[in-house]
Ligand binder design. Structure first.
Ligand SMILES: *Cc1c(COP(=O)(O)O)cnc(C)c1O
Length: 422
């Protein structure tokens, strides 16, 4: 007797209408709205297929060609391919492609390279840093002594003098650079000089700029950083997950053991397959054109919101994301984000440096050109988006006004479809 009904393995989403409704709803949401949230992007069908592939069924532990389970020859080839492509893409010697997320990549590096109680000097969340760099609510915040640097009040930028002063005072074992809401470039050579002076390791978390780094459009963390971490689904436009890169063979065992068994168990091979796919795409010339467009579009968007009277934190952007201060408009980020969502524009509220308002109702918004650029928007479309943001922020309670913008957004989205035929 067959235990499974005929066609069991071949039934798709149709077999679960309740779930299918929400997944189809999500596709429609992505298709019919404009995604401006910096941690999102729109991947190719190649990446979707790799991540939804039969590698879902395979469990492996350990590194390629040194696994604890058998039957790993294809998994080995896939992970080795992802590693080779990652090292080519970023011009370094070693990569670990196993982290399930950016936070796990960071936690694994800390666990491998630091000792309990060591001091980490990292950028505070209020200044644009990421919670996984030692926020008190996280395990990393409990396990290490965290000292924060921020941005200067005037420039709203990281100033090396201030970082150096803190480094001399606190003697960190590691300095961490990079954040989630910091739009300007960072001086990695200058940060390395500070790290060398106090005998610290320099870790750069390039999650939001990895695509630009790979294509030479943002300062490269190597050769300055001892270790570089990233996510692979933001500016890399790929699989969900994280990545660790380094050059010194003396760090290899500590980093690899920090990831597994340090903070993770078996590998998500379907995600690793999708990482291999997105690194392959990123090695193609089209990916440089995409990233150049991300930059051009971010500048166009920044220009148009500034023309409408909004204030750009730190005066502008050197990457795909930007922070916008709505204080001149007298609107808070939460109110603006809600109204923008009703108008078909997805953004996130964000605190600005030295914000006097709370995180739930902050002064700003964070915007990004990553996802819109992926679906083909150019400078003209991003100027248009800036104009819509201005209209919504000027009258967030005007339901008819929001509906009018919603219609225009929809018309634009119809001209730039995604996943046709799905
Ligand atoms: C998004 C982000 C992360 C964390 O990524 P998760 O995959 O959500 O864990 C880490 N560091 C930076 C700088 C990020 O922007």
């Amino acid at each position: 007797m067959r235990l499974l009904h005929p066609g069991y393995f071949d039934q798709g989403l149709d077999a679960d209408p309740e779930l299918a409704a929400s997944i189809h709803g999500e596709l429609a949401r992505q298709r019919d709205g404009i995604e401006l949230i910096a941690s999102e992007n729109i991947v190719s069908r190649l990446v979707l297929e790799a991540q939804g592939s039969v590698l879902t069924n395979k469990t492996v532990e350990g590194l390629p060609y040194a696994r604890y389970y058998g039957g790993a020859e294809h998994a080995d080839a896939i992970e080795a391919l992802a590693v080779t492509r990652a090292t080519r893409l970023f011009g370094c010697r070693f990569a670990n492609v196993q982290p399930h997320s950016g936070s796990n990549a960071n936690a694994g590096v800390f666990l491998g390279l630091l000792t309990l109680g060591d001091t980490i000097l990292s950028m505070g969340v209020e200044a644009g840093g990421h919670i996984s760099h030692g926020h008190p609510a996280t395990l990393t915040g409990r396990d290490y002594r965290i000292v924060r640097y921020g941005v200067e009040r005037e420039s709203e930028r990281v100033e090396l003098d201030a970082v150096a002063r803190l480094a001399r005072e606190h003697n960190p074992t590691m300095i961490v650079a990079g954040g989630s809401a910091y739009a300007r470039s960072l001086d990695f050579a200058g940060l390395r000089a500070i790290a060398d002076e106090v005998g610290a390791l320099l870790m750069v978390d390039m999650a939001h700029v990895a695509g630009l780094v790979a294509t030479g459009l943002y300062p490269h963390p190597f050769p300055h950083a001892h270790v570089v971490t990233s996510t692979t689904y933001k500016s890399l436009r790929g699989a969900r997950g994280g990545l660790v890169l380094w050059n010194d063979p003396a760090l290899s065992d500590r980093i690899n053991y920090g990831i597994f068994p340090g903070v993770q168990g078996s590998v998500m091979m379907h995600a690793v397959a999708a990482k291999a796919a997105c690194f392959g795409e990123a090695l193609r010339p089209e990916f440089r054109a995409y990233n150049q467009a991300v930059l051009d579009n971010a500048r166009a968007l920044a220009g148009s919101v500034a023309e409408a009277g909004m204030r750009l934190v730190a005066g502008g952007t050197d990457c795909g994301l930007m922070l916008v201060d709505l204080s001149p408009q007298g609107v808070t980020g939460d109110v603006a984000a809600k109204a923008l969502e009703a108008a078909g524009l997805a953004v996130n509220k964000n605190q600005i440096p030295f914000d006097t308002r709370p995180p739930e109702a902050p002064s700003g918004l964070r915007l990004s050109s990553n996802a819109g650029t992926a679906r083909g928007f150019g400078v003209e479309e991003f100027r248009q988006i800036g104009g819509w943001i201005a209209r919504v922020v000027a009258a967030p309670d005007d339901a008819a006004g929001l509906a009018a913008v919603r219609d225009e957004v929809l018309a634009l989205c119809r001209r730039f479809p995604i996943y046709d035929g799905a």
